[in-house]
Design a protein around this ligand. Structure first.
Ligand code: ME8
Length: 516
């Protein structure tokens, strides 16, 4: 049975204190593949991304650059928006936390937490990492030989003392643990779930929810000396975009709670501890799942905006092309684990799977049809056991990839698809349609038909991952735009004999490294 219920998926919203890097691109590509998959599978999808524009990090960077935080946010948010276009992301909205719609939602959720009796005024004294925008216990920090104290993510912390509102996070320990236990899929992958559970079990302290030593943030209702801690504001973006709080009868309210928050592993605590506690306090439904992908490492080395060894996604896409890059990251990295990339690894992967794999299979089989079958899709004659097995292998891909995607095993879905490409290569070589041309042209037609039909099914399933190239493959087999969703994956979309085909143009050219 196909599921047609609404599906809401989000990326983290990025800090626009610098230009987007490849880690941001990776998260957006993976989330886009998930969103496109569900859309093609019949769900009504809301896919949200955006920028997280308040906080001390933004204010400090702006000061260094001699501009206002708003100017910094405007400049870099537009780079993130350009990156979404560059990556062919199918996001339905792009939220900026400086927008009025967001201020309204954040103040609403604050008031609800306050009405629940979970906010109180006191003063904070402790360690803070501006780079992580995170408070840490002293036991989580270490003083290194350079005389600087570092937090658990390896970023410097500073001592902060100021008047602050607090959230009674300590009161939510048992409820959070019960929620993790009752909803085993709430946090993924398993390593992250274990990490969160042991963090909560080790005891939660009340959370400082506002700052008074700077002003770049959303003001606390009725207490304008305080701006909200940037994470209170940032996490609420997910609900802002649905209108659930501010426009409950609106068209998007049905998307809350979110199906999946896709984030990186460094921000799991905010999403799997603070966020559900805020929502419980405000009496709001919790997201169904928080899934943390790993980090991308540049030839094995950590990279980040703040460290300055960033790879520009615009350069990488300019060099290899968009779909090869999308494919590489989605296939190469076990989703949920860290992944390393290098030019050599990208070249090897895209040549073997795309150029020599599906690209070659499509061009060999379809050009034979154009040359030997009057430029029309041939009749499918009687099927042999090999034909039936080949079609069945392609057919099984829909259920298999659906299961993998639901489990966020994006790389496994692609592995399964490419395995069928290899099987089709073997089938094609084994049936040798070129040899049948003189001896048994009817049988040749059947082999070509079966191969083209397998190409069509593979192309349909490749759309979430390499949308433009998969679209070109579907053009090659003359599939109308209206028959490209998963409802047309099987018999309903089957190739029709007699449909004219054009000579295939190459869809996945081989990558050849430029001369040094
Ligand atoms: O954390 N590889 O913003 P951000 C993979 N504003 N993913 C990476 C990465 C890398 N090398 N570096 C960063 C924030 N990311 C907050 C989020 S959400 C309510 C607020 C991921 O710009 C990172 O894990 O530092 C996060 O999911 C996203 O990029 C934005 O990071």
């Amino acid at each position: 049975m196909t599921d047609t219920s609404p599906f809401y998926i989000t990326t983290a919203i990025s800090y626009p204190n610098g230009r987007p890097h490849i880690g941001h691109a990776y998260e957006l590509i993976a989330t886009d593949a998930m969103a496109r998959y569900q859309r093609l599978d019949g769900r009504e999808v809301l896919f949200l991304t955006g920028t997280d524009e308040h906080g001390q990090k933004m204010q400090q960077t702006a000061r260094k650059e001699g501009i206002t935080p708003q100017e910094l946010a405007d400049r870099n948010s537009s780079e993130f928006q350009k990156m979404a276009v560059l990556l062919n992301a199918s996001n339905d909205d792009f939220i900026r936390t400086t927008e009025p719609r967001h201020h309204e939602a954040v103040q609403t959720i604050w008031n609800r937490m306050s009405e629940a009796g979970d906010l109180y005024k006191d003063s904070y004294a402790g360690w803070y990492s501006v780079r992580d925008e995170a408070y840490y216990q002293e036991s989580e920090t270490e003083l290194r030989a350079d005389g600087v104290r570092y937090g658990p993510q390896g970023t410097p912390v500073e001592w902060v003392e100021e008047a602050s509102y607090f959230f009674k996070l300590s009161a939510y320990e048992d409820r959070l643990l019960k929620h993790y236990e009752d909803n085993p899929d709430f946090i993924g992958p398993a390593e992250r779930r274990n990490e969160v559970i042991s963090f909560v079990k080790s005891g939660l302290r009340d959370l400082s929810m506002s700052r008074t030593t700077f002003d770049w943030g959303i003001k606390v209702p009725n207490d304008p000396a305080h701006v909200m801690y940037v994470w209170v504001d940032a996490l609420t973006n997910y609900i802002t975009a649905t209108g659930y709080l501010t426009d409950p009868k609106g068209p998007r309210a049905k998307f809350w709670p979110a199906d999946i928050h896709m984030i990186g592993k460094d921000i799991i605590r905010f999403h799997a501890v603070y966020w559900p506690a805020f929502l419980m306090s405000a009496g709001l439904p919790l997201p169904k799942r928080v899934f943390a992908h790993g980090f991308l490492l540049n030839k094995g080395e950590k990279m980040s905006k703040s460290l300055g060894n960033v790879v520009d996604p615009f350069d990488l896409v300019g060099h290899f092309g968009l779909d090869p890059i999308r494919y590489f990251f989605l296939r190469e990295v076990s989703f949920g684990q860290d992944g390393s990339y290098s030019e050599e690894a990208i070249a090897t992967r895209i040549n073997s799977d795309l150029a020599n794999g599906i690209g070659n299979l499509a061009s060999r089989s379809l050009s034979m049809i154009v040359k030997n079958c009057d430029g029309k899709i041939p009749e499918c004659g009687e099927l042999t056991a090999e034909d039936t097995a080949m079609l069945a292998a392609a057919d099984a891909l829909l259920a298999a990839t659906r299961e993998d995607m639901n489990a966020l095993m994006i790389h496994k879905a692609l592995t399964a698809i490419i395995a069928v490409v290899s099987e089709a290569d073997r089938y094609f070589a084994g049936q040798a349609p070129w040899a049948l041309k003189k001896t048994d042209p009817v049988r040749m037609g059947t082999v070509l038909y079966v191969t083209a039909e397998v190409v069509r099914r593979i192309a349909i399933l490749l759309q979430p991952f390499v949308p433009e190239s998969a679209g070109k493959l579907l053009d090659l087999v003359a599939m109308p735009e209206t028959k490209r969703d998963f409802a047309h994956f099987g018999e309903a979309g089957r190739l029709e004999a007699g449909t004219p085909l054009e000579a295939p143009k190459p869809v996945f050219p081989r990558y050849v490294a430029p001369e040094a």
